[in-house]
Design a protein around this ligand. Structure first.
Ligand SMILES: NC(=O)c1ccc[n+]([C@@H]2O[C@H](COP(=O)([O-])OP(=O)(O)OC[C@H]3O[C@@H](n4cnc5c(N)ncnc54)[C@H](OP(=O)(O)O)[C@@H]3O)[C@@H](O)[C@H]2O)c1
Length: 333
């Protein structure tokens, strides 16, 4: 597995990282705990050195499970978690079930809680999960600098931040990365975020490399989601790529992509991951998985895609994809 550095931070990672949201019980459909733990072990055995979780995944359950999964190899990995989101899990409007709070008190409390749930002494990389525009970004930057000095976290970064927010953060702190959604159907960060991050010595941690399942190749026409699956509402961080009106057209695109993948002796998932890694701004592509077989397949996404193949894919998705995010479109709300 290739490795890359988050900008000029000195922090190294495997190019593929393990995504821990699917093991957040109650949010990403059914799964078996032991299978999810085995998936994380398979990722490590396959060369993955970065594991990503968040306090809100499964309202804490995801971190507890991730902590158990990484225990045998904890010292050898970059353990990432995210905080600064208050849980309003009983809110019937699921899109408002968490709200951002980057106050120093809540961030510090969150770091302590995450350390307990993960059962570790430090977090390698702590991210602010979503921006909190209610206070200057100087405030969380100072809090995270202090948390770093205390030894509870080793590095920090942000997630879902736009360039103006990043610029503000960089005046007051040293975030090493921005974790943003990026895949064949979501090219929104290419125009602003990517060049900004590259220019300022930060890295990109890309999430949803397989478009949260659509680009993994297993969905069939009429695909449905269970009650406990966030994908059920048809929205994907401001996009509508699997909303009922767009899914048939996008599955037809996936069929064509599968043919391209097979011409290169790859699976759909491996084509999707390699496409993400082919952008030089990307440090690591996160892959979520609930079963060892899935992540083993996804790790085959560590191959170098030519510029001409990437152009061919982009042309196809741009001309026939529906509800997708185009270069320069505004990022998620
Ligand atoms: N910062 C943020 O706001 C944010 C947002 C989203 C995600 N993330 C992070 O990024 C990670 C990656 O994103 P993601 O997990 O949402 O999406 P993803 O990696 O694009 O897709 C994960 C889903 O794809 C399916 N899958 C994966 N490999 C497969 C295979 N080989 N064959 C068949 N299906 C396969 C599974 O779907 P099924 O469940 O349908 O089987 C799995 O749950 C997350 O786990 C999380 O750590 C961060």
């Amino acid at each position: 597995m290739r490795t890359r550095e988050f900008g000029k931070s000195g922090l190294q990672t495997s190019v593929i990282g393990f995504g821990g949201w699917p093991m957040g019980r109650g949010q990403y459909g059914a799964f078996d705990d032991q299978q999810a733990i085995a998936a994380a072990q398979a990722a490590y055995d396959g060369g993955v050195t970065l594991f990503d979780g968040a306090a809100v995944y499964g309202w804490g359950y995801g971190e507890e499970l991730l902590g158990k999964a990484i225990k045998p190899f904890r010292k050898n990995i970059v353990l990432v978690t995210k905080g600064g989101r208050r849980w309003l899990k009983d809110n019937p409007d699921r899109t408002r079930a968490a709200v951002s709070d980057s106050s120093p008190e809540y961030l510090n409390e969150g770091i302590d809680e995450s350390l307990k749930r993960l059962d570790v002494e430090y977090i390698d990389l702590f991210l602010i999960h979503w921006p909190d525009p209610s206070r200057p970004y100087e405030v969380p930057m100072r809090a995270l600098e202090a948390a770093k000095k205390s030894g509870k976290i080793r590095h920090y970064g942000v997630s879902n931040f736009h360039t103006d927010m990043l610029a503000e953060c960089l005046k007051h702190g040293h975030p090493v990365c921005d974790q943003v959604g990026y895949h064949m159907f979501d090219r929104r960060p290419e125009a602003g975020t990517f060049p900004f991050v590259q220019k300022n010595g930060m890295g990109i941690m890309a999430y949803g490399s397989m478009a949260h399942g659509l680009l993994a190749g297993a969905w069939k026409p009429g695909h449905t989601f269970s009650e406990d699956d966030w994908r059920r509402n048809g929205k994907n961080f401001g996009l509508t790529i699997w909303a009922p009106e767009n899914l048939p057209a996008n599955l037809a695109v996936v069929d064509q992509l599968k043919k391209i993948a097979s011409d290169h002796k790859k699976t759909m998932a491996q084509l999707a991951v390699a496409w993400v890694l082919a952008d030089p701004a990307v440090t690591v592509a996160l892959c979520g998985a609930k079963r060892p077989a899935e992540i083993k397949e996804d790790l085959g996404g560590d191959w170098v895609m030519s510029g001409s193949l990437r152009d061919e894919i982009n042309k196809l998705v741009l001309s026939e994809g529906k509800g997708n995010g185009k270069v320069g479109d505004p990022g998620p709300p």
